[in-house]
Design a protein around this ligand. Structure first.
Ligand SMILES: *[C@@H]1O[C@H](CO)[C@@H](O)[C@H](O)[C@H]1NC(C)=O
Ligand SMILES: *[C@@H]1O[C@H](CO)[C@@H](O)[C@H](O)[C@H]1NC(C)=O
Length: 302
């Protein structure tokens, strides 16, 4: 399915958000009160029984969709495919007016040099609950084609929404991933998880409690307001308290240790060099649009 009229709707939807953004920048306006106008309350809605597992992983690798491939990409092919996967995702979400941000290992990679780790083969992103409803309503199974420099014919990506996203509890262990952005040329995909109000914890008076079906819990102030940065030379949003979130999930070592998975972080070039091959990563940095690290370097000297 190609985008047509729904694209216009998204555009109008985006405008509504843009107006909201203006209001939020007004110094007299409390950020959370403005946000809540746009955040529909979905608590208590949805079925009471979890469904069967919806997304299938390929038999050859858990990060590939077997409908589109029979084998994983080579080590050399993987990084450029991942890079275009996240760029096309971010670009599409921006076009749709759908707010998204990076999390988990992808956030850690961003912290170091705003690049995917050379040894990684997955990318984690999050969206809010109203956004997954929006994507379900207008964009499930939409295909998005991109021209890619140096690649004949470009590539097509598919946005697929798990119908079980409406089941809002962590009990649904088979459907913890709410949506996927899939590279139909290789089967490689991005896991998209929806961050939702945590009804249980909110009942106990924890008004900012958030959760994902994959078991992660957050506080609204850890994630919002999102910060603007770049990842893979592309505009991206990151959670407000990224250092706290990374230290909680990976330990403070993860922000200081410059040796990892047979790689060494070169503080001059800001590249993870492969130790065993004794050669620099073949992925070159673009000189334009490079983000500036916002975390004080003292985190690396502790
Ligand atoms: C959301 O709805 C539920 C049930 O309808 C209600 O108990 C809860 O207070 C609401 N939360 C907010 C933030 O409005
Ligand atoms: C998205 O479309 C697929 C294919 O038609 C369908 O299996 C799935 O249930 C849909 N997701 C939602 C959220 O409706």
């Amino acid at each position: 399915m190609w985008i047509s009229t729904s694209r216009l709707l998204a555009y109008l939807y985006g405008l509504v958000f843009a107006v909201g953004g203006l209001a939020a920048s007004d110094a007299d306006t409390d950020f959370t009160s403005v946000r809540s106008q746009f955040v529909k309350n979905y608590s208590g809605t949805g079925p009471s029984e979890p469904g069967e597992k919806y997304f299938q992983e390929s038999s050859f690798h858990y990060h590939y969709d077997g409908r589109f491939a029979n084998e994983p990409l080579s080590d050399k092919e993987t990084p450029p495919h991942l890079s275009q996967l996240i760029r096309t995702y971010l670009s599409t979400m921006a076009d749709l007016g759908a707010e998204t941000w990076i999390m988990h290992g992808t956030l850690l990679a961003w912290w170091w040099n705003q690049k995917i780790f050379p040894w990684d083969n997955d990318i984690d992103v999050q969206i809010s609950e109203p956004t997954i409803h929006f994507l379900d309503e207008y964009y499930n199974m939409t295909e998005h084609h991109f021209d890619i420099p140096g690649l004949n014919g470009g590539r097509t990506y598919l946005l697929e929404i798990n119908p079980n996203y409406v089941f809002r509890s962590m009990d649904d262990k088979m459907n913890v991933i709410d949506a996927r952005w899939i590279d139909t040329s290789s089967g490689l995909f991005i896991d998209i998880t929806a961050v939702r109000p945590d009804d249980e914890r909110r009942k106990d008076g924890d008004t900012g409690a958030l959760m994902c079906k994959d078991g992660h819990t957050f506080d609204e102030n850890d994630i919002f307001p999102l910060r603007n940065s770049h990842f893979e030379d592309f505009p991206v949003k990151v959670p407000f308290e990224y250092v706290k979130l990374l230290e909680e999930e990976y330990g403070s070592q993860s922000l200081t240790a410059t040796e990892f998975d047979d790689h060494h972080f070169n503080e001059e070039t800001l590249v993870w060099d492969s130790a065993s091959k004794r050669k620099r990563s073949s992925r070159r940095r673009s000189a334009v649009d490079l983000p500036v690290r916002t975390t004080p370097l003292k985190y690396k000297l502790e």
